[in-house]
Write a protein that binds this ligand. Sequence first.
Ligand code: MRU
Length: 362
Amino acid sequence: MRINGQHFETIWTDRNNKEKIKIIDQQKLPFKFEIKTLTTFDEAYNAIKEMTVRGAPLIGVTAAFGVYLAMLGKVNNEKLADFISLTCSKMKTARPTAVNLAWAVNYLESELQGVKSVVEARILSFNIAVKLKELEIEYSNAIGEHGLQLIEEISKQKKGTPVNILTHCNAGWLACIDWGTATAPVYKAHQKGIGVHVWVDETRPRNQGSKLTAYELAQEGVPHTVIPDNTGSHLMQHGMVDLVLVGSDRTTRTGDVCNKIGTYLKALAARDNNIPFYVALPSSSIDFKLSDGIKEIPIEQRDGDEVRFALGKEGKTQLVPSDSPVANYGFDVTPARLVSGLITERGICEANEEAIKKMFGK
Ligand code: MRU
């Protein structure tokens, strides 16, 4: 999508040197647009951990490039298989909840099985990282086309008046490579001339909604309004939300959806007000091994300072008394029964084991 009219993806290889991986520094947005260069495994690992890049699909692709950078740093063929295994295991610890990370690294590791030299490992890991990146773009694009039908339908029912969509966190192109997941249908609708308006949850404590979703929607000229996290349910009671559209960091094979903390509350309010609650996700976010999201999905707990302090244009400011303990859970799980449907790259399906199996096979 565009920034100041220029098309960007969230991660790319330097045009003149493919040993340099470029990312947009998402910690600086929306106040500064800065491009960072990753040249080592540690830089890629820390970019994920510190959330310079974030969002499930982007974490996965960055992790794959990080493994490639580790191969560039290995100077000989000694104990190559052990090195690959250790590198992949370490990368998977960068963040625990989004399954895309493990999905991308496991795939890469399995493809690297049996490579005979570090040169071979470098070529293969680079090609796979690029392939995963292209795959995520393809997935987001397809999610956009499928989700567009939902928005078109509501728009017809509303006789062309703008469709009000509420979203949480940033499941936009900044969380992916291009298009986004939850935002992809919105961009497609907007480009087709269908009236849309997005309610953007600010998404405390890191404010991915007010900082990133608002920024990217503004850059694309999509009408939107930023709201505090506790406003959505009020809007729903007053007929001001037609559709809730969120992303997912991990969805079980039974349709439980783990997403940014606060998503569950939106789903409860949507159900109480009879408003469709859809989750847009690529299959790389489905954990086919898990059947109970609440019991089985690891929930990231981040540094309490993210709650104690707010980071704004002018810097950091304290919000909480110095002596008060804080808790900072990154994600929550919305049970499948509250999800109206899953918008995937293969189409829209119900959030249950049978429908997911039908859509994706074994
Ligand atoms: O902690 P973050 O910023 O990585 O969390 C991102 C989200 O929760 C997104 O909604 C999610 O990754 C959906 S993916 C497009």
